[in-house]
Every structure is written in C-alpha cells, then in structure tokens.
Design a protein around this ligand. Structure first.
Ligand code: CS2
Ligand code: MN
Length: 359
C-alpha cells in the first residue's frame, strides 16, 4: 500500500505540504487543478507549476483526483465529443509529467452530498452527516425554487459552476434513465481508455456518494454488480476503480472487503474511511477505527494485504478535531490519525505474515 494525501493547493487548503511531510509514510500528494472548469483542457504550464511545488517537498504527483467529467458527456449530448477530446488532451498532458492514476466520477450534477457539515459526535468533534429524510424530501423543482429565491443557497458537495445551471440540468436529465447513463459511460470509456493506455494512466472511477439515486437523478456506481458491469464495458487494466469504503459503506448491503477481494487487480486507488449508519438511513462519518463506525476497516485492510496491494491508498474524509478550521472533511488531524491506524493494521499483518518480530 502506497500512502498518499489529498491536498487542494496553496491558498485553497488549510493544510500545508510541510505538515503533510510529518505524517509517517506519506509518499505522494493527490492533487488537481481545482479552478479549471470541467470540460476544459488542463494547461501544461499550470501542471508543471504544481509539479515543481509538490516535488519540491519530496512528494510524487502520480495520483490526480479528480479530472471532472463535463455534464454533456454524462447527458450524452452531441457536444460531448468536444469535451471528450479535451479530456483526452488532459490525459496526455498528465501522462507527460508521470501521472499514473486519474480518479473521476460519473455522478449526474452533484458530487458527494450531505445535509450537515459539522454534526457533533459524542466526543465533541464534528463530522459530515447525511439525514435521509431531508434529502428525500427535496425534489428537483423544490430545489430549483430554493435556488431562485436565494442564489447563495447551497448544500455540501455542490459545485457552484453546476449550480448556476441547475434548472436547465434537471430538465436535461429528465429522460436520462440508469440504462442511458450506462450507455453514456460506455461511450466515454471506449474513447478515453485507449488514450489512458497509451499514456500509462489507469482511470479509476469513484463510487457515487451516497450510493443511491438522489433528487430523482440516476446513480450507477453503487454496488458490486455494477462494478462488475463497469469492468466489462471496456476490458482493460486501464479501466479501474477508486474503491471508496466510506461512500460504499453508507449502504449496509455493500460488502466492501468482499469487493476488495474480487476487484483487487482493478483497484489502482483506495479511499479508506469509516461511516456509522443508523437504522433510518442516516449516516455520519467517524474516525477510521473499525469499532467507531459500521464499516469493518480492519477486514478491508486485511483484504488489501492478502492481495499484496501495491496501489495507492488515502485516508478519505476525517472528523474536525480540536477546533481545527479546515475544508469540511479535509482537516489535518483526523486524516493523520487515520493514516496511523491504517499503518498499524497493515504493519501487524505484515509481521504475522513474515513471522518476524520487527515490522
Ligand atoms: C470523496 C469524493 O465522497 C468521497 O468519498 O472522496 O469527493 C471524491 O473525491 C470524488 O467523488 C472523486 O471524483
Ligand atoms: Mn472517497
């Protein structure tokens, strides 16, 4: 397991590269050009600038998260070809600087969605929380109405550039069934995977978060069967998965360690985090420790270890501790604690395997 850490860039992240340097075993930074809108080519000079900065602190830049997919591609509009060409160009540009893995997602309109960014846990820390009835109660027209009334209305995980087109997007997605979304993903992958292959980059799709349809929009990266289907769409080692234990873990039906065991060779990138599920469908993010949430993180790490996993791993969202002011879910402390937990489990498995007393 090769440990990496997500960083949003100077001025955009409360965490600094020298701080990350002090977390044991972190070898690379997971990065992106966050200000480039989906659909545009990532310019070479900007990529090189960031490369120099990150490598200057002794980290590699092999993992990018995310190169976002333009809505027209997900909608299957004729204009998608132009955006797919741009995506290919970005893959080529990233290949030139040694990127090996690109994480992306295929969620219509919204990325991750929560109802509360700072819900207090019993220990006084706060974490991202999802209240099911609240999301279920919000239908598309109500959402559009809310935004029209208050243009600043937002919810966690919403990208402002997409929000400004919200009513138009809901209208456009009206006829996009799950089946159509699959077709559009297929079309996209058929065109980009050969380019990824030529450039030595493994594409790794992130599961939908939460892994079920919201606001009447389809979501397809949700469960084991659908990942099987994804891998068959284009049969190539360059068509892979970012297996995120937290996103998938919101649904109790998902056996994540089982997925690791089945898909290990197709997982270039693992996100590891825990969530605590409630019977009413709500969930909250917790520490990485297995017993703090509903996801058996120990068994997941064990599954990676059994497969001699050499892919990249990052702690995903963490809680906000000790009054840290940070991007929601992306503070320093809890993600650093998460890394030490993951190393702890991994090192003891290694020791058992080698029958040696030293880690
Ligand atoms: C995060 C995502 O929800 C999560 O688990 O890791 O925000 C992730 O970064 C994106 O969906 C990847 O495209
Ligand atoms: Mn994730």
């Amino acid at each position: 397991m090769r440990m990496v850490f997500r960083w949003y860039g100077e001025g955009n992240d409360s965490v600094t590269l020298p701080q990350i340097k002090q977390i044991p075993g972190v070898e690379g930074i997971v990065w992106a050009l966050h200000d480039i809108p989906a659909g545009e080519v990532w310019p070479m000079d900007r990529i090189l600038q960031l490369k120099e900065q990150i490598e200057g602190h002794g980290f590699h830049i092999e993992v990018v998260e995310s190169v976002n997919v333009h809505e027209d591609i997900k909608l299957g509009l004729p204009s998608r070809d132009k955006y797919i060409d741009n995506y290919k160009q970005t893959i080529e540009n990233l290949g030139k600087v040694g990127v090996t893995t690109i994480c992306y997602n295929f969620m219509p309109v919204f990325d991750w969605v929560r109802t509360d960014l700072h819900k207090e846990l019993e220990d006084g820390s706060t974490a991202l929380f999802y209240e099911k009835v609240k999301v279920d109660a919000m239908n598309p027209s109500e959402l559009v109405h809310k935004i029209n009334e208050n243009p600043d209305f937002t919810m966690p995980g919403w990208e402002p550039e997409r929000l400004s087109r919200l009513s138009e997007l809901f209208e456009a997605y009206k006829d996009v069934t799950e089946e159509k979304l699959w077709d559009h993903l297929h079309y996209f992958l058929e065109r980009i995977i050969p380019v990824a292959e030529e450039n030595g980059i493994r594409m790794a799709i992130h599961p939908d978060d939460p892994p079920w349809p919201i606001f009447g929009l389809p979501r397809i990266m949700t469960c084991r069967d659908n990942f099987r289907k994804l891998l068959k769409l284009v049969d190539s080692p360059y068509n892979g998965i970012t297996l995120c234990s937290g996103s998938l873990g919101a649904n109790p039906a998902n056996d994540i360690a089982g997925m690791v065991r089945e898909f290990a060779d197709s997982i270039p990138f693992a996100h590891i985090r825990n969530v605590r599920r409630y019977d009413n469908g709500d969930f909250i993010e917790t520490s990485h420790r297995a017993r703090d949430g509903s996801v058996d993180i120990c068994d997941i790490v064990k599954a990676y270890h059994e497969n001699d996993f050499t892919g990249y791993v990052r702690p995903d969202h963490g809680r906000h501790l000790w009054n840290e002011q940070c991007r929601p879910g992306y503070g320093l402390y809890d993600r650093a604690l998460g890394i030490m937990y993951l190393w702890g489990v991994w090192d003891s498995l290694e020791r058992t395997k080698r029958g040696s007393v030293s880690c």
